[in-house]
Design a protein around this ligand. Structure first.
Ligand SMILES: NC(=O)c1ccc[n+]([C@@H]2O[C@H](COP(=O)([O-])OP(=O)(O)OC[C@H]3O[C@@H](n4cnc5c(N)ncnc54)[C@H](OP(=O)(O)O)[C@@H]3O)[C@@H](O)[C@H]2O)c1
Length: 317
């Protein structure tokens, strides 16, 4: 177990911890979400006292300190922050569905932008590490692979909200860390799903599963992304947390079939250009992640991490 007492970030050196009262406090927003759930588990394994927020989905987990938070209320954000007095914050809560953001830009902007910036301001005031979860969808997909220094050029409202939040966060708190995440996969949690379960169910039942051959991502397991976000507490600026491989969704499906020994009869190639969805989808937003790799970020090849999921006795897989 990596202990929190190895955590250092410039002047943010934390002391040794022996009891829960003396452990460093990590505030994880969106603890009921897919990524937030994994961040909480990993942070606990690394020795943090974790305070996780939920909005609509309270999860009865006794080992987590859970608090309700609606990001639409700036008063609620400030009250919660002052009550917890965290030593660091990882902000995963968001309206994370691009199609929903496309249809509801006014409603989602305060959640994805204003709340993220307010948290940055509070962290700046307290001089504590702040990690914001952004996305590969800040890019338009025409010039991959993308480095941290490449300028965002989002196609969708979701991508635009994240890009605006990134800018405002770094302006308010230059020591903050903006992590751009790729497509995440892993075991669904009680309160949040993952596309993987749907893929597996369809393939098992030999139902048609149409996956794009003309849309490329650098997917990474949610476990690995969670570890990357904790690692990101030790740095600042923009950090890409992509996976090792550039894959189309169809290629991902092929790896899934191979890794889990699934029937491939249902697997169909399709084109994103033939599908009409509310949010425009970039062609190739592969992330170049050498900065994170140099820090110790350690993504596994997709097939290997899918196999690991299977050997994990994962419920629902
Ligand atoms: N999953 C991916 O492939 C992916 C890829 C790139 C970037 N990201 C980013 O990673 C982060 C986590 O994504 P995810 O997939 O874990 O999302 P998710 O499963 O949809 O979880 C979203 C979390 O945000 C909370 N939330 C939503 N609206 C809220 C509000 N108004 N106030 C307070 N909390 C609210 C939800 O709480 P309740 O469920 O309790 O309502 C949930 O805990 C997001 O910033 C997302 O943009 C994800």
């Amino acid at each position: 177990m990596r202990q929190v007492d190895s955590f250092k970030r410039g002047k943010h050196n934390l002391p040794r911890f022996s009891t829960i009262e003396s452990m460093a406090k990590l505030l994880v927003t969106g603890a009921s979400g897919f990524l937030g759930s994994y961040v909480c588990l990993q942070a606990q394994a690394e020795g943090w006292q974790v305070w996780g927020t939920y909005n609509q989905q309270r999860q009865p987990r006794s080992h987590l300190l859970r608090l309700p938070l609606n990001l639409a209320s700036s008063d609620a954000i400030e009250t919660l922050f002052r009550a917890v007095q965290p030593d660091a914050v990882i902000h995963t809560a968001a309206q994370s569905k691009p199609n929903f953001c496309q249809l509801h830009p006014t409603e989602t902007y305060p959640v994805n932008v204003d709340a993220s910036v307010q948290l940055a301001q509070l962290c700046a005031e307290a001089q504590i590490p702040y990690v914001f979860t952004s996305t590969d969808l800040v890019f338009d997909g025409e010039a991959a692979p993308y480095r941290e220094s490449d300028l965002p050029s989002p196609l969708s409202h979701y991508g635009r909200q994240k890009a605006i939040a990134e800018d405002k966060i770094l302006a308010a708190y230059p020591q903050a860390t903006v992590c751009r995440l790729p497509l995440l996969y892993g075991r669904a949690v009680t309160t949040a799903g993952c596309f993987l379960q749907n893929f597996i169910n369809k393939l098992r039942q030999a139902e048609p599963l149409s996956l794009f051959t003309d849309e490329f991502r650098t997917p990474v397991s949610v476990n690995c992304a969670a570890k990357g976000l904790l690692l990101a507490l030790q740095t600042q600026g923009i950090l890409h947390l992509g996976g090792l491989e550039r894959l189309s969704r169809y290629e991902f499906g092929q790896l899934l079939v191979a890794a889990m020994n699934l029937p491939e009869i249902g697997l169909r190639a399709s084109l994103r250009s033939q599908v009409n969805l509310p949010a425009p989808r970039p062609y190739d937003v592969s992330l170049e992640s050498s900065r994170a790799l140099a820090l110790g970020y350690c993504p596994q090849p997709v097939q290997r991490s899918l196999q690991a999921l299977l050997s994990d006795n994962t419920p629902g897989l």
